[in-house]
Ligand binder design. Sequence first.
Ligand SMILES: [Zn+2]
Length: 289
Amino acid sequence: MPLKVIYSERFLEYKEDGHPESPGRIKAIESFLRNKKNSFEFISPSACDEKDLLLAHTEELVRKVKENSFFDPDTPNIPGIYFYASLSCGAALEAVRIALAGETSFALSRPPGHHAGKNTLGGFCYFNNMAVAVKKILHETGLRAAVLDIDGHHGNGTEEILKGEERAVYASIHQYPAFPGTGSVSFGNCYNFPVFPGSDSKKYMDKFADAVAAIEDFCPDVLGISAGFDTNMDDPLLDLNLEDVHFYRMGRMVSKASVKKVFVLLEGGYNIKTLGNACFCFLNGLSGR
Ligand SMILES: [Zn+2]
């Protein structure tokens, strides 16, 4: 069965010159996946509702993004960004809907989300797609949800929004020290697996196995993966050393875990030349091909 990819050409409409979070990122992944005939089925998302955003964010943050009344050095204040951030979040909610119906799904969207906190944007993120998705699962079902964050940066926003939730856990493997400077220790329902800059792939994969084990101990019904590919050895923003074979293995390990309802959201990854294959390898491992 083809893996469902939630994607819209509208994600390509906005950009800031010279910014690493560019439309070329998801265009590269989309082209790569479309060339793998019959492996992927593309589905269009709709923007989420404001009430969905308010499951994870304050009215103040939603208003600031809607009115373009904010400043952050990394996160450009672009006309219409409220629509694009809501569309990205809507793609995440569509991915959840498909996963709950029993099929693995991937939201190929931008902007990413895992650095956006309850009342804060930052790190190229306006609204936290993963946190909104998990909050909606918790709000509308009795299910237990886990987040596995494999972006090379710590998902400080997701951690902030989900900490203390009885029916959710957050686990992240990330470079430390690095932006945003959090994620050095675990606490409560948040499991952090920091990896030093320059660490070899074995060190990373050992921590990845620990993160998957922590999630399995929680016995979740549904797993959301914050998939960033800036752990790639050629990524310009971080100093980690994963190659395509590791992305494939990570997908395989998740596919063999006990949780069967799985959705994947794109976070970072900034080398346009390597992004398509890295993402393909992960999804291939995940779908057991
Ligand atoms: Zn990242």
